[in-house]
Design a protein around this ligand. Structure first.
Ligand SMILES: [Zn+2]
Length: 596
């Protein structure tokens, strides 16, 4: 047995997934809201018997390894190492790495070396003196917090880091450019970060994946933008990363809440004051994948953005994203229009109070819109509605919705009724859009066959379910090959075995059918009240499958008749006509039974 099999035997998939999601037992399987796409009714199914999972919403699925890879965004070797450890199994050989995985490892090591180097320069080298003074005096940081976040300084030279990594550590120029630490200009390798304060950005497991650099002299024209980031690499995707998450995640879990801010110092300063459940987005608005990552650690997201226009707009867009993802959200409004970092340094107590007095996002949306536009003019009213209604119309609780519509109505001197009308318009626009968007939707014919197989496989006595189905089908083929084959393997098994054992049956299936089989086996079925209802559902479905199959055969045969007649093959044409009559008769019989 290989390591993978050994690990699979030791770790139960239900146990593993339960560590991350709340699973509910339904029939043979377990269900949960899918962590990989947003949904309100669960379509994520886990099977203890098959030791697999599948999501019927986003079509992702697999075993314990693929779950971990998706969930933690890791690769196979990392999941293997982690699960082997968990199972207490010693891996028998070195973990196989693909070229891409090796490249990732190289970037992690390089970034680790770079962050240590920058930190050393900041704390111990003459070149870092000004930067250190800036952090101590202007930013009021102390040595502990600088070490905690492993801050650094990139010297004002073209090849400071590059010569360290290449000459002293033996890395090649392309290693450095792949990591985004250097660029090549006129054939020379040049440090990407120069004369900047360096913030390492880590993933949730603590690997350094990128850096952010803040210009030390922001008034000097030579400096370029105030902040620059490592470009995207194979380990760094800006929309997936959050500054400070590696240090904050335990505290976020403990508090069941995460505070989201805009920049690095907005994380570091509160952290210094003991507010540690805090991360920065480093972009203009929270992205969908950032929300999904945060959802793993906490049920509530609290925004605390800069109070300028850009900050407010980013906050509004982030709120819409969070609403879509079904997460509790609130807003901290720092008093006196200050940025979080500023306020913490001036008055930490006041900031802590503001954190405790977070307001609902709906109050925030209304207040900020009313603060920015005229409530008395038609134009102003229109702008306020544009900013508020798209969010307010999403509120599902009717009482809460009315509460905010009343508030908005008072401010704009209009009725709740009119607001409701406008909100409906927005909703309808959205629905139309969703309908127009090309979506690969299966037809009823395509869905009915896997549904029938699901009904049979999920019945407590599979043999019995098969026989009842067969009474109706009587040898009729399914239209879709995969289901036809599964059904015929099922027939072989049932004719040979008195009792049905899922594990045994699966072994009789060829591997190419397993995916289709698992989907049927895991498909979330509607709740059927009792035995009688369940079996009659099987009969009804089987009849529909039979009708479809006969119709499709009729179509083929009538084409055959035309073709044979055209070619003057009278004997063959006559045979086909006979076949056509037979099929018509069968179809009639089937529909008669259906009516009865
Ligand atoms: Zn999904």
């Amino acid at each position: 047995m290989d390591d993978v099999e050994k690990i699979k035997q030791k770790i139960d998939i239900v146990d593993l997934i339960s560590e991350h999601l709340t699973l509910k037992k339904t029939g043979r399987n377990f269900k949960a809201n899918c962590p990989f796409h947003s949904e309100k009714t669960p379509s994520f199914v886990v099977s203890p018997e098959r030791q697999i999972w599948h999501c019927f919403g986003c079509q992702k699925g697999g075993d314990i390894f693929t779950f971990l890879m998706e969930y933690e965004k890791t690769d196979f070797p990392e999941s293997l190492k982690y699960l082997a450890d968990k199972a207490g199994i010693k891996l028998s050989g070195p973990v196989f790495q693909t070229e891409k995985e090796k490249q990732k490892e190289t970037i992690y090591s390089l970034n680790h070396l770079a962050s240590t180097y920058y930190n050393y320069i900041l704390l111990n080298h003459n070149a870092g003196k000004d930067a250190l003074a800036y952090l101590f005096e202007k930013r009021k940081l102390n040595l502990d917090i600088i070490k905690k976040f492993n801050l650094g300084y990139a010297p004002n030279r073209n090849n400071s880091l590059t010569s360290y990594l290449m000459r002293k550590k033996g890395y090649k120029p392309e290693d450095l450019t792949n990591a985004g630490l250097a660029t090549i200009r006129n054939g020379r390798v040049i440090d990407f970060f120069r004369h900047r304060i360096i913030f390492p950005i880590s993933d949730s497991r603590g690997n350094v994946i990128a850096f952010s650099g803040r210009a030390l002299d922001i008034n000097s024209a030579l400096e370029g933008p105030k902040y620059i980031n490592t470009r995207e690499t194979i380990v760094y995707k800006k929309s997936d990363s959050l500054f400070g998450l590696n240090l904050a995640k335990d505290e976020i879990k403990k508090e069941n809440r995460v505070i989201v801010v805009e920049g690095e110092f907005d994380v570091i300063s509160p952290y210094k004051e003991g507010i540690k459940n805090i991360v920065a987005i480093k972009g203009t608005a929270l992205t969908e994948s950032q929300v999904r990552i945060l959802k793993r650690y906490a049920e509530k997201i609290t925004f605390c953005f800069d109070t300028d226009r850009a900050g407010e707009e980013a906050q509004r867009r982030s709120i819409q994203m969070v609403e879509k993802e079904n997460v509790l959200a609130s807003v901290i409004v720092p008093p006196e229009g200050k940025d979080p970092d500023e306020l913490v340094n001036e008055d930490p107590v006041l900031f802590k109070k503001a954190v405790k007095k977070d307001i609902s996002i709906y109050d925030f949306i209304i207040d900020s819109a009313v603060g920015n536009f005229e409530t008395k003019t038609v134009e102003g009213k229109r702008k306020i509605l544009d900013k508020t209604l798209p969010v307010l119309s999403l509120i599902e609780n009717a009482v809460i919705k009315e509460h905010y519509f009343k508030k908005l109505g008072r401010l704009l001197d209009t009725s709740v009724e009119s607001l409701n009308k406008e909100a409906d318009k927005i909703k309808n626009q959205k629905n139309v859009k969703e309908d127009i968007l090309p979506k690969k939707k299966l037809t009823r014919e395509e869905m009915i066959e896997p549904y029938l197989i699901s009904l049979i496989l999920q019945y407590k006595q599979v043999n019995k379910a098969y026989l009842i189905c067969e009474e109706t089908l009587q040898g009729t083929d399914f239209c879709l090959t995969a289901y036809n084959r599964i059904y015929s393997f099922l027939g072989d098994y049932v004719s040979q075995q008195e009792n049905f054992f899922m594990g045994d049956f699966v072994k009789t299936l060829p591997s190419e059918l397993l995916e289709a089989f698992d989907k049927c086996y895991l498909a979330p079925l509607a709740f059927l009240e009792d035995e009688k209802q369940y079996l009659s559902e099987i009969q009804k479905t089987a009849k529909e499958v039979k009708t479809n199959s006969l119709k499709s055969k009729l179509k083929n045969v009538s084409e055959k008749i035309k073709e044979k007649e055209k070619n003057g093959q009278e004997k063959e044409a006559e045979e086909a006509r006979q076949e056509f009559l037979e099929l018509t008769k069968l179809l009639k019989q089937n529909s008669v039974i259906l009516i009865k």
